[in-house]
Design a protein around this ligand. Structure first.
Ligand code: MLT
Ligand code: MN
Ligand code: ZN
Length: 306
């Protein structure tokens, strides 16, 4: 399985347009050991021909251009066989609206995430210009689905969605009660090798279900949004704690680094990294701590072969 990180940052990207935190200022000026990052999206493929995007970020156009394997092979074409959505957050969905140039798109999502994006959304009409412009494929936690290529043949990959502790997207909070299909992770299985990519980019807590989702994976991508619970508060950027945003911090006694220390899966990668996170600085103590724990910090353009 080929895996290419198109974007590795959390919502807002790095640097974020309205952020003057030390990381954002530093990376703009080239004054810190850190590289800019676009918002989270990852491409996976079994054969290097048909690709599946995990999330569609607001920066999708530049992200697709950044990776030649995703360029058209004919006058009207795309190697993107499908797009999988982990949740309805705008950093994961807005890119769908940028794929409006009258070309069929297949989107895999829970019914909950599909309805959150389509119901009452006048902008969604841009993806309803012709019958079948978007083919929605329903994901149900625990049920394995074949990822297919246009025409319906198997791609060599399957996906099993896993319900994860999380929250509805900010713009739908209070509209509906929270639901277990609001936020999912993926176990993507390559049938020919039996290798599994576990993709959990939004995780509010490490539960037994989360640990099961990581079991036996050749590679794990995990929520790396914040280092500490009060990161935004301490920097004077807001009142929300990591837990209020349903992101388990990496550091601290209850953080993911400690909680997953005994769960030695294969390659382990933090992704969806907020611009305030000290792990973005290559020379920080926090970066050294995650690397000592066997983790890599995702960066745009990173490629893995499982
Ligand atoms: C999140 O990851 O919590 C969301 O992307 C935040 C947001 O939608 O602003
Ligand atoms: Mn996000
Ligand atoms: Zn910032």
């Amino acid at each position: 399985m080929r895996v290419r990180v198109l974007g590795s940052a959390a919502g807002g990207g790095f640097p974020q347009w309205n952020c003057g935190c030390p990381n954002c200022r530093g990376v703009r000026r080239g004054a810190i050991a850190a590289v800019p990052r676009t918002q989270e999206s990852v491409a996976v493929s079994a054969d290097g021909e048909a690709w599946f995007l995990l999330n569609a970020s607001p920066e999708i156009r530049g992200q697709l251009e950044s990776f030649p394997a995703l360029h058209p092979r004919g006058p009207r074409d795309s190697p993107i066989a499908g797009i999988l959505l982990t949740n309805g957050d705008l950093d994961h969905c807005l890119g769908l609206l940028s794929l409006r140039e009258s070309y069929p798109v297949t989107v895999y999502a829970t019914d909950r995430v599909r309805r959150g994006f389509t119901d009452g959304n006048v902008l969604y009409r841009t993806l309803e210009r012709f019958d079948g412009q978007v083919a929605w494929r329903s994901l149900t936690p625990g049920r394995e689905e074949a990822l297919t290529v246009p025409g319906g043949a198997p791609s060599g990959l399957t996906v099993t969605a896993v319900a994860l502790p999380g929250k509805p997207p900010v713009h739908l909070m209070g509209r509906f009660p929270p639901d277990r299909e609001d936020n999912v992770g993926f176990r993507i299985l390559e049938r020919s090798t039996g290798r599994v990519l576990a993709y959990l980019s939004g995780v509010a807590a490490v539960t037994p279900e989360v640990l099961r989702a990581l079991d036996g994976a050749a590679c794990v991508f995990f929520d790396g949004t914040f280092w500490s619970n009060d990161e935004l508060v301490a920097l004077g950027l807001g009142s929300q704690r990591a837990e209020d945003m349903a992101h388990l911090p990496i550091g601290g006694t209850g953080g993911s680094l400690a909680a997953l220390a005994d769960h030695r899966s294969g390659r382990r990668v933090y992704i969806h990294i907020n611009n305030t996170n000290p792990i973005l600085r290559e020379d920080s103590a926090e970066r050294a701590a995650v690397e000592a724990g066997g983790w890599t910090v995702a960066h745009d353009g990173m490629e893995l072969e499982l």
